[in-house]
Design a protein around this ligand. Structure first.
Ligand SMILES: CC(C)(COP(=O)(O)OP(=O)(O)OC[C@H]1O[C@@H](n2cnc3c(N)ncnc32)[C@H](O)[C@@H]1OP(=O)(O)O)[C@@H](O)C(=O)NCCC(=O)NCCS
Length: 279
């Protein structure tokens, strides 16, 4: 598909991973190459090349079940911004999802909000990315490390709370070197995975905020180094807890939809999202 100024669009290939990771690094984001492979495998990822053939922009669509899908990794190299590339990619990804009967959803950065508003997206829940440095500590006795036999219920609980089955994503996260899953009473879990800049926590699902605090504390006590996690602003007790631990708010995200926003609250059980690129 040809677009302005000699740009061409192709599907993301394995040979493009270094180039899209350079876009991630320029934006200061936390994804790693495994995230691109996973998302391109579940959904459809595209890149734009400039007239010289260099990758200068990316975007992808993740078709989740139950009538909605995510648009993510909308990245434009600094030198190529304000020429309509993000607007083009957004329209392209919206069309891809709509052709599959999916309402497009995304978690917009502050830079992304104006682009999505112009395309008709409207805002829902607000989230914040929190950052800090975890230090090893004592883990509460009733928490356990999730093993292979826990994956089925973790996938089922995540699906119940998120509204779509993401077992493939959960399995992929838990299978990566350096990942940990922690479980509490078969009713709550948290996953930690390695990121480019920091360990990323999430999803975290729990029956209550006190249970979420126990899971978060355990995850932090099992780590050593920088940590990021994306928390719904509505979870006031959890937010007060992370603030008291010395974690800082790095940036905000606005969950936006083009059509009716599904319920992502999970009866109060959705605490940390998997990441703005995954929902
Ligand atoms: C956000 C981003 C993708 C926009 O890419 P882009 O190709 O420059 O966007 P477009 O040229 O399509 O912009 C479309 C319109 O959105 C608005 N817009 C885009 N960037 C803006 C900015 N920084 N400030 C204010 N308005 C902006 C403008 O109205 C613009 O139209 P105009 O240039 O004719 O005024 C790019 O800045 C980027 O990669 N940022 C870092 C990663 C990121 O935050 N991605 C969004 C993830 S949700």
């Amino acid at each position: 598909m040809a677009i302005t100024e000699g740009h061409t669009q192709t599907r993301l290939a394995e040979t493009d991973i270094d180039a899209v990771m350079a876009l991630v690094a320029e934006a200061g984001w936390n994804q790693v190459a495994e995230d691109w492979r996973l998302m391109a495998g579940i959904g459809d990822a595209v890149v734009l090349r400039d007239a010289g053939g260099a990758v200068c922009a990316s975007a992808l669509a993740l078709p989740y079940a139950a009538g909605f899908g995510w648009i993510s990794m909308v990245l434009v190299a600094k030198a190529s911004r304000r020429r309509g590339l993000a607007t083009h990619l957004l329209a392209d990804r919206v069309a891809w999802l709509k052709a599959r009967g999916a309402v497009p959803i995304l978690d917009a950065t502050e830079l992304g909000v104006p682009v999505y508003e112009q395309a008709g997206f409207t805002g829902g829940a607000r989230l914040s990315r929190w950052q800090g440095v975890a230090r090893p500590g004592k883990v509460r006795g009733d928490l356990r490390v999730a093993g292979p036999s826990d994956r089925a219920w973790i996938g089922a609980l995540d699906a119940e709370v998120f509204g779509a089955d993401r077992s493939r994503l959960i399995d992929d996260f838990l299978s990566r070197p350096g990942s940990t899953g922690l479980a509490l009473d078969d009713s709550g879990f948290v996953i930690a995975r390695r990121g480019r800049r920091a360990t990323q926590l999430g999803p975290l699902v729990a029956a209550s905020e006190p249970q979420a605090i126990a899971l978060l504390d355990a995850a932090l006590a099992s780590l050593d180094g920088p940590v990021f996690f994306d928390l719904f602003d509505a979870r006031g007790a959890l937010e007060a807890h992370v603030r008291a631990l010395g974690y800082e708010r790095q940036r905000g995200f606005l969950r936006m939809s083009l059509g009716e926003m599904p319920d992502f609250d999970g009866n109060g059980r959705a605490m940390l999202i998997a990441g703005p690129e995954y929902g």
